[in-house]
Design a protein around this ligand. Structure first.
Ligand SMILES: [Zn+2]
Ligand SMILES: [Zn+2]
Length: 800
């Protein structure tokens, strides 16, 4: 027998799998489909490190297992090739992004191939190629036709380092998602997608998909629906009204002033009546310089200034109240104005104390013990000092006061969302040009579909200008164009599309990547979508994962797709750390895959990525763990010597039982993403095999079939060495006999202070620690422990 030599067998099988088109999906198959998708990577010049392979290994294991279970599996790969990372790299190195991107793709593809991932490379897509971005532009036009793409001037987030505007979703804690610079606010004319039209459907759809709760919560909060009352505050001596949205209309009698955002649009118009205008102007200027984070900071002292000369009217009691502007109120939330109730809102409380404004208590706790001496009482309760509404409970009062206001046309029920429209234009070169023309006679004109793609011109100077326009504005042959309607000389839009537009529909293109007539054939999308399993990083929660859902809903309304949600199940892999930090070149803690391949082989790396810890948790990379996996594969290899080839009838009942138990465990645990326990179950089985002198061939074949999705090269080699004719991946997934796989079950009787409190079923070989944990976790047991410290746990197995 030869020694285990991964370098030799891995290259060999990668070639054969490619040649025999083993992992290609069929568009005509009668088998049930399974669409397994990885988030397509951006082609980074640094290539992939071992941390990047974790999610890809998970999706590959599941795809291979599904293939063996008889599914027609679609597992594609492509490149999110437009956008800031590629372009920023190009600017740094002076290499044109078209060239550096191409090089990076070649490198990463080689890396992916050398891990034995079974991608269907026939369907490879590249979002920076005209045959792809033609359809991205086409998608823009579809949304434009339906009024879902529009241009407006708005205060937007601008990254001074990337020299472009960003979507709100791409600003994280006040910083650019890409380069970490602090963003600035600028008022610019920009393109938006009207994602807000879909707020309610984006919320409702969440209940129909199997996604991590954490991601759903992030999307819910980002959409931020709140139900309440919109109230009109009239401004005495003017025709102005300030609409205010509140979820606590029950506290309206306690409203002693209102506050406007410094950007509030009609402040200018009130100028003639405002006596301290100079001061106001100065405050507004100061506010403009602050970031949203600074303005909202909890610990910051709240500043604000009264608009002297005008007063608002509290519509519930007709009292005159002062109007302030303060930078802690943002134009982007609600109506840009708030009613202040200092007795029942802590922020207002602090502001009122500082400015010596009246604090009127209007809600008491049910037990009557609440106080507003020290701080605001923010909970629901019973109304006091509220005229005819005194004595009502908060809930009832909200209803009644809203009705009262509505009758007098001073208020109405309202729903507000935090979600804002998606800003999609970028003042950057490396993106799909927005297909719009400005004609002096006809105005804004969409490029006609037959003229797509609007090609991105090749230019030497692709650096951003920083003047609020894209470098394309300097390219005359691009900018100057004839109006398709009247033939006049017109100008092209020079901004490009946010790359998140490219990635909002790429998973549809995989079903029909070569189609030149349309973005995809509808029946192909119907056959393959929705994506059954989507694997990728959690950092996309309110960006890509929200945008793609919006796109599908918009395409559904356009009758282009028949589905409502693109991704049925989502799994976020945990990050791999090394030396306590996320792997990155700048930190010098990167493990390159080539090093692992050369020393141990790709199968070892795959196995270790699966074994290192729970799949959804962040885990520390350990070189020792890698060696352990390598030794395990050597053991599997060496066991071939013990195979009883000639005597298939020989049976070893103990081994047979272990094999069936392992089949059951591996099958179920892969389904549940418990890859680490899958590997340990296989390790236990191999240890049992090692104790035997002879192993029946069937048992050994079961072992390598189970291991094949995880360590494909070694298993394929062993399979064929032992007489397999076709690929091991064309073998059916092993089935277990439930009778043989059954664990013996016992009943654990739990006593607390020598009284029986609960009974649980458990496997006979349960360990003391496991039994303890299980017992303590029971609700009934918890009730009797009642948070007290456990002095002693006694674990007894009575012999039968
Ligand atoms: Zn930036
Ligand atoms: Zn025209």
């Amino acid at each position: 027998m030869e020694n285990y030599n991964p370098q030799k067998i891995e290259k060999k099988w990668q070639k054969i799998w490619g040649k025999t088109k083993l992992f290609r999906a069929s568009d005509k198959s009668k088998k049930p489909k399974f669409y397994c998708l990885d988030m397509f990577p951006y082609p980074s010049a640094e290539g992939l490190h071992v941390g990047h392979f974790r999610g890809y290994t998970f999706s590959d294991v599941i795809s291979k297992k599904k293939m063996m279970e008889g599914y027609n599996v679609l597992h594609p790969m492509g490149w999110d090739a437009f956008g800031l990372p590629a372009e920023n790299f190009a600017i740094k190195t002076g290499i044109h992004p078209a060239i550096s991107t191409k090089k990076a793709i070649k490198n990463i593809k080689k890396q992916l191939l050398s891990v034995g991932f079974g991608y269907d490379w026939q369907r490879e897509i590249n979002s920076s190629q005209p045959d792809y971005y033609k359809w991205t532009q086409w998608m823009f036009l579809q949304l434009y036709k339906r009024g879902l793409a529009y241009k407006k001037e708005a205060p937007v987030n601008f990254c001074p380092s990337c020299k472009t505007v960003l979507a709100r979703e791409q600003v994280i804690d006040g910083k650019c998602e890409r380069c970490n610079s602090s963003v600035e606010k600028k008022c610019l004319e920009q393109w938006f997608f009207k994602i807000t039209d879909y707020a309610e459907r984006l919320l409702n759809g969440l209940s129909k998909i199997d996604w991590p709760e954490k991601i759903k919560v992030m999307q819910r909060n980002w959409i931020g629906k709140s139900e309440g009352t919109e109230i009109k505050f009239e401004i005495r001596t003017s025709k102005f009204e300030v609409p205010v949205f509140t979820t606590r209309v029950d506290t309206l009698f306690g409203c002693t002033y209102i506050v406007l955002a410094p950007e509030y649009p009609s402040i200018e118009e009130l100028k003639p009546q405002i006596s301290n205008w100079k001061e106001i102007e100065k405050y507004v200027e100061e506010a403009k310089k602050k970031t949203e984070i600074e303005r909202l900071a909890e610990d910051k002292e709240k500043t604000g200034i009264e608009l002297e000369g005008i007063k608002a009217i509290n519509p519930i009691n007709n009292r005159e109240i002062p109007i302030f502007i303060a930078d802690y109120v943002l134009m982007e939330y609600g109506t840009g104005a708030i009613m202040a109730v200092p007795a029942h809102d802590q922020r207002d409380f602090l502001f009122a104390k500082k400015k010596n404004l009246p604090i009127i208590e209007v809600i008491k706790s049910v037990d009557g013990k609440s106080s507003i001496e020290e701080r605001a009482f923010e909970e629901d309760g019973i109304l006091i000092n509220s005229g005819p509404f005194s004595g009502l409970k908060s809930n009832k009062a909200m209803e009644e006061i809203t009705k009262y206001l509505a009758k007098r046309n001073l208020g109405k029920r309202a729903i507000y969302y935090k979600l804002r429209d998606w800003l999609i234009s970028r003042q950057r070169y490396w993106g799909a040009p927005i297909p719009i023309i400005y004609c002096p006679k006809c105005g804004e004109q969409p490029v006609s579909e037959k003229d797509l793609p609007v090609l991105l011109p090749k230019v030497k100077d692709f650096r951003p200008t920083g003047k609020g326009e894209s470098p394309l504005a300097k390219v005359k042959r691009f900018v100057n164009v004839k109006c398709s309607k009247c033939g006049s000389l017109a100008r092209r839009e020079t901004d490009t599309l946010d790359t998140f537009v490219c990635s909002s529909w790429y998973f549809l293109r995989y079903t029909d990547p070569k189609n030149q007539k349309e973005p995809f054939n509808k029946s192909r999308v119907k056959n393959w979508l929705p994506v059954d399993l989507y694997i990728g990083g959690a950092e996309h929660a309110v960006m890509h994962l929200l945008y793609a859902r919006f796109f599908i809903k918009a395409l559904f309304d356009q009758k282009l797709v028949e589905l409502n949600e693109p991704f049925l199940k989502l799994f976020n892999q945990g990050i791999i750390y090394r030396k306590g930090a996320k792997m990155s070149k700048s930190k010098g803690n990167v493990v390159t895959p080539n090093y692992i391949f050369e020393k141990f082989g790709a199968d070892t790396m795959r196995l270790y990525e699966l074994f290192m810890g729970p799949a959804e948790q962040a885990t520390e990379w350990s070189d020792k763990g890698v060696v352990g996996c390598y030794r395990f594969l050597q053991k599997v290899w060496n066991l071939q010597n013990k195979c009883q080839m000639s005597n298939p009838k020989s049976q070893n009942l103990t081994l047979e039982k272990s094999v069936h138990k392992t089949i059951k465990k591996v099958t179920e645990d892969i389904e549940d993403f418990r890859f680490n326990t899958v590997v340990s179950a296989l390790m236990i089985l191999v240890n049992e095999f090692e104790k035997e002198d002879k192993i029946p061939i069937n048992n050994y074949l079961s072992l390598i079939t189970l291991l094949a999705p995880m360590a494909p090269h070694i298993c394929e080699e062993l399979w064929q060495k032992l007489g397999g004719k076709k690929s091991i991946f064309l073998q059916p997934w092993p089935k277990y006999n439930p009778e043989l796989a059954r664990e013996k079950i016992i009943t654990l009787v739990i006593q607390v202070n020598s009284k029986v409190r609960d009974k649980i079923e458990a496997p006979i070989d349960i360990l003391e620690e496991e039994a303890k944990e299980l017992a303590i976790s029971r609700e009934k047991v918890q009730k009797w422990i009642g948070g007290k410290e456990i002095k002693k746990v006694i674990f007894v197995l009575w012999p039968k």
